[in-house]
Design a protein around this ligand. Sequence first.
Ligand SMILES: Nc1ncnc2c1ncn2[C@@H]1O[C@H](COP(=O)(O)OP(=O)(O)OP(=O)(O)O)[C@@H](O)[C@H]1O
Ligand SMILES: [K+]
Ligand SMILES: [Mg+2]
Length: 697
Amino acid sequence: MSDEKTLALFDRALAGQAARDALRKLSPRAQWRNPVMFVVYLGSILTSVLYLQALSGRGEAPAGFILAIALWLWFTVLFANFAEALAEGRSKAQAASLRGLKKKTWAKKLAGAEPHRAQGREALRFTPVEADLLRRGDLVLVEAGDLVPADGEVVEGVASVDESAITGESAPVIRESGGDFCAVTGGTRVLSDWVVVRVSVNPGETFVDRMIAMVENASRKKTPNEIALTILLVGLTLVFLLVIATLRPFSAFAVAQSGAGSVVGLTVLVALLVCLIPTTIGALLSAIGVAGMSRMLQANVIATSGRAVEAAGDVDVLLLDKTGTITLGNRQASAFYPAEGVDEQALASAALLASLADETPEGRSIVALARQRFTALQGQEAPAVARVEAFSAATRMSGIDLPGGRTLRKGAFDAVQRHVQALGGAAGAALQARVDGVARRGSTPLVVADGARLLGVVELKDTVKAGVRERFEQLRRMGIKTVMITGDNRVTAAAIAAEAGVDDFLAEATPEAKLALIRQYQAEGRLVAMTGDGTNDAPALAQADVAVAMNSGTQAAKEAGNMVDLDSSPTKLIEIVETGKQMLMTRGALTTFSIANDVAKYFAIIPAAFVGTYPQLAALDIMRLTSPGSAILSAVIFNALIIIALIPLALRGVRYAPASAAALLRRNLLLYGLGGLAVPFAGIKLIDLLLTGLGLA
Ligand SMILES: Nc1ncnc2c1ncn2[C@@H]1O[C@H](COP(=O)(O)OP(=O)(O)OP(=O)(O)O)[C@@H](O)[C@H]1O
Ligand SMILES: [K+]
Ligand SMILES: [Mg+2]
């Protein structure tokens, strides 16, 4: 995404909108959602009523004092609303720039919903329709220069697509049918060739729409950590409510004010309550959550649940796919190794036949290599095929059956061996050495069988991505274990794992094995994160705590995940984990600050309110504030202003450096704990001096 998304913290237009929204949120229904601030809200109403009462009663001094308290309580509520509205406004602005993709475009809708194996472009008949009339399952033709009219999957053809509208990367990407890179996003542009796309979502149900709805707080459910914290805050609030209620008869301050006791006394108690309950974190909690979500959006990740963002902060096991995540992924055939007594061309020809109907990148690369090495195979057309066996992660094999019973297969050695033995053939132990030789280089060996005969091995080269090793180092420092998962054989997996520097790996993994591994880690109480793009990843993505589906992946993978990475870059998982950690740390830091800064108010309000009855409380009056009234008013004013002062920190998040959790906790407790204790003393004293200077004390 382009950089306009990194909005200025107090973007003027957004601040204005947030101020208006803050007033709109004054409705009881909206206020009720935040229990701590709801108490302040009730306090504001109560003191406003008390002010009116004082107006009609004797002695005007208390009325002015009560009005000041009431106003600053209303400000406290408004500042809290403003913080939440500002965070939501920023996220909406970001999400809206994503929604900007939905340009009004036309679509070339094909008749029928099944991709007829067209004999090329001219066989395709289409009718132009409005893009937002398309429905899930429709087939559309997208040609070079066309905008992709809706999110979908390529079911026919290969094309290069410019996804810069969502990734900011102008380098075109290949989107093709059959592989794990088959998804296209509405609003991106096809640059070359043509593809038939099956629309995968109805308008309004795209991930962007779901993100916008969630950000608009309509569907942003509170996350477990937030719920736990809210329960703590509500508990604290109730404790102070009880304390204040029992203090009612003792507030001699009221009595000291000769007779206006009940009205002013009650006001003082409300002021005391608001200053003692955790309003600072209560006011910012929601803003911190929304800001965390929008930081995810800044990383081009659409989180479909707040819980996923938070879980990202607690993740301690990362499952990474080998092909396409740790390695570049477009594994290419690089050599044919015929078995004893088989000539290379026979091997190449069988491998070619077994791959003519194979849409995977591996299959295509075998056809290309065979044709490039043996011109005789150039013209070889697909024979009359009785049955195509498509590749699946379960069988780890693919091929064709010819009429007359001849079967051609290619795939993982163990899988093809079982296939050949089932046909009564030999296990081909002689090939084992060749297979291991290829695998030890980190390449994937595909064994080819013609009927019950093993013809030899095809080498599929793959390379580990640059920078992967350092990223895994960084994750280890954050206490996160990396595990490589691959359907590939053990020897290849071990070679790649050693080169990439992962902590552990699972080879010959079937989708069930991946699922079982996640469950096993979760049973040990760990939170598991994984990225996936293929349909075979769907069950595992559904099970993982943080499941990032590639935007280029299949719809099934995206539905199963709880995050979508628009850049489809598998190492994005690391950034996601860091953003999640940062959000949890920010929440912890501000909670610490909030609790700490409430302590100082004891020294400001308690002596002021009760020194009449208990003269020995004067010992607490270390701030030497001007008068009981100004002490209480200064505390209430500080209690409101500190919310505004902490909004930038809540939105930007605390500075995050990958270090061990213990070190980070110590730093935050010192900084925000001691800071929280000290700042209010200075703040309240300053306000008191200001009030005195203004003759308002
Ligand atoms: N098109 C294909 N035809 C036949 N066999 C294949 C094909 N593609 C892969 N294989 C075999 O199936 C095995 C499993 O493939 P799968 O895609 O599940 O895992 P992978 O791509 O090797 O690794 P990863 O799980 O990281 O994607 C491969 O290691 C290879 O031996
Ligand atoms: K408070
Ligand atoms: Mg794969």
